[in-house]
Design a protein around this ligand. Structure first.
Ligand SMILES: [Zn+2]
Length: 570
């Protein structure tokens, strides 16, 4: 029997819980559409760097109407595209979602594997796979097959949870220029479309569909990508109005297939070998993504019924442009102003069809990006390209030979960021894998640009000091896929060789410029505010599922961002 005071306390507690939970489950505040935007390589400072010159309704809509996190970071060490996208989609660390790198060495098949390749699920368009001659994305070239699916992602995504919760009634889609940008965001239950450079159209695989929906055939038949034929990427405004207006032609920029280092950048004719590639290295790639996404919203009737739908849109151009010209370039500056217009067009379109107040938008990035070493050198900052092919490795091999009786055969290969050791050779020679890892790691530390070499056995045994860097490497560690030694280069030092193509900048480090990204939530009753505390990208998915009142994705490691739940007014 309870005393009256206990009862009062109990009922008060129940009331409090009830009152607190009301806004979350209230039907009228439930969004009709969750729009998860990923801007590939949008470092956290880039939108605000040119804020004064942004137009209305794009970035400004999000930054002025939404909850803006100014110190958001990825918590994993390998800041690559699929790693970040999968983290944004699942709220899990790579250790759990399994996407530890754009590629990894598959020990059962004894070969390098591209993250979402799956030879069971062919592309619906024949010949639309990777063109080995023209592809500049060296990780995509590693794929053995053109088949694609999300099956290597080991946990559920926000879209998956929405589908599970609604008995499949929620529509879940994702679009990107990059296959891995779309497949990751669509999850296992959704449908993904991406741009094929070989086919000059948006494609998918038979994991998702037996045949294209009619609207996709119609959209592709319009050949929107051909509209850029013979044209150039030109500046949006007067050159004088740009921060980098007098720094267009820089020695470190890459002249890709005649695209040049200065404006205007000519795309060439539509039948040119690199034509579609050049579209993706310019704002045109995002414009095509926008056009396809708008058609998808209309034809699939997103946000038109009582069940919340999910659309992931990943804009890839910023990443390619950063790689080729660097983030502090006239090209990146113009691209951001144009991306701002692309976002504004998308938001205006959604406002008309669904209402921005009914659309919960979250924008973030799969990773940040480094400055070009040449640019940093102008400010006296130590920075450079790492060139392992120029390292004098002989003394290291001599030392390994002395210790273990073998040298070169100890190492299977390097797939950024891991060195993979030859487990068979280690077994055959009855060596202790721990000792070999430690010895190889010690040798690696002797080379120019190497800051840390972390043994995976040391991670398994938790024998490392608890530092932020080691934690980021642990978050990246998956037993089945990670290699034996995680190699970290010095800040501002990185390999810039894309399979023969020398680029200006490459992300993928655990340093702040690569982990730093924006996180902004807007619409659906989310208040306008700035939040300066440190938050993580793994927090996004659990925030979305909490807002939807459904369970978090299976590997979610983050926590809901409480500021997003505070309502306007009293
Ligand atoms: Zn990239």
């Amino acid at each position: 029997m309870m005393k009256p005071t206990q009862l009062t306390v109990m009922s008060c507690l129940l009331m409090c819980v009830f009152i607190l939970s009301v806004p979350v489950v209230q039907a009228k505040s439930a969004p009709k559409l969750i729009l998860q935007i990923t801007v590939d390589a949008l470092r956290g400072d880039l939108p605000s760097r040119y804020y004064d010159r942004l137009g209305d309704g794009g970035f400004r809509y999000l930054w002025e109407k939404g909850t803006v996190y100014t110190d958001a970071h990825h918590a994993h060490a390998n800041t690559e595209t699929i790693v970040g996208h999968a983290t944004l989609a699942t709220g899990a660390h790579p250790s759990a979602h399994g996407m530890i790198g754009n590629v990894w060495f598959d020990r059962t098949e004894n070969r390098t594997r591209y993250n979402i390749e799956d030879d069971r699920y062919k592309l619906l368009t024949v010949g639309a796979g990777v063109d080995q001659d023209a592809e500049i994305d060296s990780t995509q070239k590693a794929a053995k097959s053109d088949g694609r699916s999300p099956s290597a992602i080991m946990v559920t995504t926000t879209g998956d949870e929405l589908a599970i919760n609604t008995a499949g009634r929620a529509k879940v889609f994702a679009v990107s220029v990059k296959d891995r940008g779309a497949v990751s965001m669509a999850g296992h239950a959704g449908k993904a479309f991406w741009f094929s450079k070989a086919g000059a159209e948006f494609v998918t695989s038979n994991y998702y569909y037996e045949a294209y929906p009619e609207w996709v055939n119609e959209w592709n038949a319009d050949k929107l990508s051909a509209a850029y034929s013979g044209k150039s990427w030109e500046l949006l405004h007067d050159k004088d109005s740009y921060l980098f207006g007098d720094a267009d032609d820089k020695a470190w920029e890459t002249d890709l297939a005649g695209f040049g280092k200065a404006f205007p950048h000519p795309y060439g004719e539509a039948d040119g070998k690199y034509y579609t590639t050049l579209l993706t290295v310019s704002p045109a790639g995002d414009e095509l993504t926008l056009a396809f996404a708008k058609e998808l919203i209309t034809r699939e009737q997103l946000g038109q019924d009582g069940v919340a739908d999910f659309l992931g849109v990943s804009f890839s151009s910023t990443d390619y442009i950063n790689h080729i010209f660097g983030p502090s370039s006239l090209e990146t500056e113009d691209n951001l102003l144009r991306l701002d217009r692309t976002l504004a067009e998308l938001f205006a379109f959604i406002d008309k069809r669904i209402g921005l107040e009914n659309t919960l938008i979250v924008l973030s990035a799969d990773h940040g990006g480094p400055e070009v070493p040449g640019y940093l050198n102008e400010f006296g900052i130590n920075a450079g390209y790492v060139t392992p092919e120029n390292w004098d490795k002989e003394p290291s091999f001599t030392s390994l030979k002395k210790k273990f009786g073998i040298d070169k055969e100890l190492i299977s290969g390097y797939n950024h960021p891991y060195v993979y050791l030859n487990h068979e050779a280690i077994r055959e020679h009855k060596l202790d894998p721990r000792e070999v890892e430690t010895a190889v790691a010690q040798e690696l530390l002797k080379f120019e640009g190497v800051a840390q070499a972390v043994s995976s056995n040391a991670l398994r045994e938790a024998s490392l000091p608890d530092t932020p860097l080691n934690r980021a490497i642990i978050n990246n560690f998956n037993s089945n896929r990670s290699g034996d030694i995680y190699v970290v280069f010095e800040p501002h030092w990185f390999i810039n060789d894309f399979d023969g193509l020398e680029v200006a900048a490459t992300h993928g480090s655990p340093w702040a410029y690569d982990t730093y990204v924006p996180i902004v939530f807007a619409g659906g009753g989310v208040p306008a505010q700035r939040v300066e505390r440190r938050v993580l990208t793994v927090d996004i998915a659990p925030t979305l599922t909490a807002l939807l009142g459904i369970k978090p994705p299976s590997g979610a490691a983050g926590v809901p961002l409480v500021e997003v739940f505070r309502k306007h007014g009293p």
